[in-house]
Ligand binder design. Structure first.
Ligand code: ZN
Ligand code: FE
Length: 761
């Protein structure tokens, strides 16, 4: 007879961990107890050595799908003669730092009950258990308890409460538990008539019929509303684009099952695994057949599987097998999640509303993942991932990192755990800025942070809305971190590499530089501990009109092209640049509203413009994405020489122009351009590694969302024997900035902003 005390940390609360421990203890005939602690789960078991061994192994192998174990510690202890195995009430929670679980897709067991006519929860859209269902989107406060969720207004009936209180039941302590007798319901209505058309199953059937007939529906989901229509109905899709003011940005798709998705996209084993994971993200995968209305000029489609019981019911009720499921918003506003707001905002947009009575506690978008050359990469981190702690940072005091203004997220560090918020959006939008402020308050309140102790850190850009907001948080220390250092720091933080020295390329569209110019093609050397020193960059060009140039590739191109020898007439064939280009050139000559930049994103824009993308972009990064999807299978790289700390774009763009004038195919030129950027960057990085005695390279920033560029870089850097680190848990785009800011703040590596510059480089 022996005994062990086992402590488990990670996401182990709100995912059915204790009932699983209980069942395993019974399976191995062990006695003892289990309880939730503020930092995880503690178990005491007694029995034979063998059985305890097997039990401990099973804890890891058979943990519930939503659990994520960070550490298991087992210590020998004295047997106390326990007779049973019991689940103790939680230990007094002072500081709620045990991770809040993200929302979990409906599990297999619940799903089979959902379609079982003999089950009490047959066709009940709010079915869930301790291993699946809503979490972050129903939690109003901690500790995670029924009374702290949006389910508190529906008291459980006897049936549900007997399951809730039975440790042997799959639904033991399933906080959002309900059934059709005692819980909330779904109904169908229009925006204008304040009357319910249909309820429950009839509402779902009618919704499916409306979708089949080409209508647009607003559907309430876990973290907000979706706008849905039949993806194969071109008229419905273009109608949705028009009503939503969304010109070209791709729509996400939901397919009835994997078989359906497989007919539309190529799926690797890794991509299927992502689709089926409890987070159920949108996966960007290579299209088999084009759906031009859904994703114009794009060789990829964003696909996902049904994740809430309602989705399964809707698709099971003969809705079209492939639905457009896009966030309910106009243009780039935040997703709607409150009923009255949704009804008001989409009255002219959705033909009908499929609404559920359970309120959504906070807005959480669908996450977007792509399986790239370096493994899965999150492009938008939200539902299914947030607010999971990304890493333990070596710090005791709380830190609030405010991120950047585009693709904003915030990071709150409490007791060292870095909680990265869900995707918030572009703070230039008033509604998104409001959402940003709500999220700051939400996280600070949820984790009960002592605001007097708080260190606030923001981007070094003096005019960012997030920076300005940070300064209004009075009485707290406010510091800045430079944008591109934050990108690289986000990768180092994910790897827990505090002191490892690396060379890092931080390539994106725009970020405020140390010298007040617009950076975006920067190479640094250093570590989190010693800080990151800029050692090289893209050759500077002038940007006419500042940020406006980011919306017009030809305007961005002007500053790059005017540095070339003997440029051709760009208003003539094959370039046919519009008038805006000449206006930009005049601005540059007059030196009015021109800003020096080293932005790699704008270099991609310039190349896209030369290859025919001469219209304005309708969403961030569109021209670069267009260029990537134009590229053919093979081509030799153009020159992109590195020397004196500068990557010189002139020979590169001259080669593009020459081949374009010679009538070479756009696909070929686009590929040669990508290969040039990869090989130029590789040369720069390997020279810098050699000079500084480094063996690891870090890549971050929005430019590295480009799968083709990463693929080229991976093979080149592997040949050189250099190890490459990219983002895995937070996005390489500005969604990762807040984590990087927090990590540099831990080591006191701040940058103080200087005045905006408007001079020639
Ligand atoms: Zn379940
Ligand atoms: Fe950035």
């Amino acid at each position: 007879m022996s005994a062990k005390n086992i402590r488990i940390r990670g996401i182990v609360q709100g995912v059915g961990f204790r009932p699983q421990v209980y069942r395993l203890a019974r399976t191995y005939s062990l006695t003892g107890w289990v309880l939730n602690r503020e930092d995880g789960v503690e178990i005491h078991v007694e029995g034979s050595d063998d059985k305890i061994q097997e039990f401990a192994a099973a804890l890891r192998d058979q943990s519930p799908p939503g659990a994520s174990i960070r550490s298991i510690e087992a210590l020998e202890t004295e047997p106390t003669g326990c007779r049973d195995f019991i689940i103790h009430p939680s230990a007094g929670n002072d500081r709620p730092t045990a991770g809040i679980s993200p929302d979990l897709g409906v599990c297999v067991e619940c799903l089979s009950e959902l379609f079982d006519p003999d089950d009490r929860r047959f066709r009940y859209p709010y079915i869930n258990c301790s291993q699946c269902g809503p979490r972050f989107t129903v939690i109003e406060a901690l500790p995670y308890d029924r009374r702290h969720t949006t389910m508190r207004v529906w008291p459980m009936d006897d049936f549900c409460s007997s399951q809730y209180s039975d440790p042997a039941d799959r639904r033991f302590h399933a906080q959002p538990l309900a059934c059709s007798e005692c819980g909330p319901h779904y109904y169908l209505r229009t925006a204008t008539q304040d009357s319910v058309l249909r309820r429950d199953w009839e509402a779902i059937q009618e919704s499916a019929r409306l979708l089949r007939s080409g209508r647009i529906l607003a559907v309430k989901g876990l973290g907000g509303y979706h706008l849905a229509c039949d993806a194969r109905n071109d008229e419905a899709v273009s109608e949705l684009r028009e009503r939503k003011f969304r010109k070209e940005k791709p729509f996400a798709l939901m397919g009835r099952n994997l078989e359906v998705l497989r007919t539309w996209v190529h799926l690797s084993a890794g991509e299927e695994e992502l689709l089926l994971s409890p987070a159920r993200p949108i996966v960007l995968a290579r299209a088999r057949s084009e759906l031009p209305g859904v994703a114009p000029d794009n060789r990829e489609l964003g696909v996902m599987l049904p994740y809430s019981p309602l989705h399964h019911l809707l698709l099971g009720a003969a809705a079209p097998a492939l639905l457009v499921m896009t966030s309910a918003n106009r243009s780039s506003e935040p997703i709607a999640y409150r009923d009255d707001d949704a009804l008001q905002r989409f009255s002219g947009l959705a033909d009908a509303f499929l609404m559920g009575e359970r309120p959504i506690a906070r807005r959480v978008d669908d996450s977007v993942v792509r399986y790239g050359p370096f493994g899965p990469s999150l492009l938008r981190r939200a539902r299914g991932y947030s607010p999971r702690a990304v890493v333990d940072l070596p710090v005791e005091k709380p830190i609030l990192a405010l991120g950047a203004d585009l693709k904003n997220t915030i990071t709150l560090v409490v007791d060292g755990q870095a909680f990265v918020s869900q995707h918030i959006g572009d703070l230039g939008q008033a509604a998104a800025f409001e959402a940003f402020r709500e999220t700051v308050d939400d996280l600070l309140t949820m984790y009960d942070v002592d605001r007097k102790e708080l260190l606030v850190v923001g981007d070094a850009h003096p005019q960012y809305a997030s920076t300005t907001y940070g300064r209004t948080l009075r009485g707290r220390q406010h510091r800045s971190v430079q944008h591109h250092r934050a990108h690289l720091a986000s990768v180092l933080a994910e790897r827990r590499a505090w002191s490892e020295r690396v060379a890092g390329a931080s390539f994106d569209g725009t970020g405020y530089g140390d010298d007040g110019t617009i950076w975006g093609g920067e190479i640094f050397v250093g570590s989190l501990e010693e800080g990151l020193k800029r050692v090289a960059h893209l050759r500077p060009a002038l940007l006419a009109g500042g940020d406006a140039a980011a919306r017009h590739p030809v305007q961005a191109a002007a500053g790059f092209l005017r540095q070339l020898q003997d440029p051709p007439d760009f208003s003539a064939q094959p370039f046919s640049f519009p008038e805006r280009f000449d206006r930009a050139i005049r601005l540059l000559s007059g030196k009015v509203r021109v800003f020096p930049t080293t932005s790699a994103g704008r270099l991609f824009d310039a190349a896209a413009a030369l290859l025919g993308f001469t219209r304005p972009v309708t969403f961030e990064g569109q021209a670069a994405s267009w260029l990537e999807h134009q590229a053919a299978r093979d081509a030799d790289p153009y020159p992109f020489p590195f020397g004196e700390g500068e990557l010189d774009f002139r020979p590169l763009l001259e080669a593009v122009i020459e081949d374009r004038l010679a009538g070479k195919p756009v696909a070929w030129i686009a590929r040669a351009f990508h290969r040039a950027v990869a090989s130029g960057l590789m040369q720069a990085l390997s020279q810098i590694c050699a000079r500084h005695g480094l063996g690891t390279v870090v890549l971050s920033g929005g430019v590295f969302q480009n799968r083709l560029l990463l693929k080229e870089l991976r093979s080149l850097l592997a040949d050189e024997g250099i190890q490459v680190w990219t983002n895995q848990q937070v996005p390489p785009n500005d969604g990762g900035i807040s984590l990087g800011q927090a990590a540099l703040a831990v080591f006191g590596r701040f940058d103080e902003p200087r005045k905006l510059a408007g001079r020639e480089p």
